[in-house]
Structures are given as C-alpha cells and as structure tokens.
Design a protein. Sequence first.
Length: 134
Amino acid sequence: HASINSATRGPIVRRHILECKICYNYFDLERHSPKLLSCSHTFCLECLETLHFREGRGWRIVCPVCRHRTPLPERRVRNLPDNTALTEELSHKKREPEDSLNAERLPGLPASPATSTETGHSGWEALYYCPDAD
C-alpha cells in the first residue's frame, strides 16, 4: 500500500487541529476561542456555550465526544481554560499574512468549508459527502 509522507500529510493534520469538531469553524481568539474540557477534548467557546445552554446544567458541561462531565468555574463556559497550545498557534498565525491558512491548503481544496442544506452536512463533511455542495 502507498504511504503518505509528512510533507503531504502536514497541512491536513494542521487544518484538522485548528478547527472545532462541532461547527467546523476555525478556532480564533474571540468567539471561536479553543476551550479545553477536563477530558482534554477542545471545542470553540460558541459551541460549548450553546451546548451548555441546551443541557440546562449550570455547574457542568458534558463532552459531546466522550460524555465526560467537566465542572464549570463559576458556572460559565467562558471561564474554562483555553487550550494554550492552540491559542499560541493562533497568536502566531495572527502575526502572519491574513491568508496563511489558505496558503497551506492542498491543490483542489477550497479555502473554506461548504454547506449543504439538502443533506444537513456542513463544513468539510459537506465536501466529503456532498460532491456538489461547493
């Protein structure tokens, strides 16, 4: 079988790490800031606030991946710790040219995720499952 070298795999892995696994938006230093749960999963502030509101449990939040319960400091999602490795990477990206993420994308991939209203897939899922979603 063919193997993928690290030069080819690098941008995909990096892009994968820099996006929230709920909304598929890229993390940023504002409303999509990467928040770290006690199970070590990371999601953006906006998604975790929505999840917390829907759960209706003021003192904790349940990880959508592993179902681990994370206590919320002062009952606020905003008070969860940032994923410092990602925020440092984002700070570094912010100092680079604005289209630095686009410069890393592989040929043939669009600069941003598509959305398919017909299937309900969004982000990169739409590109994978819905070929005409672009």
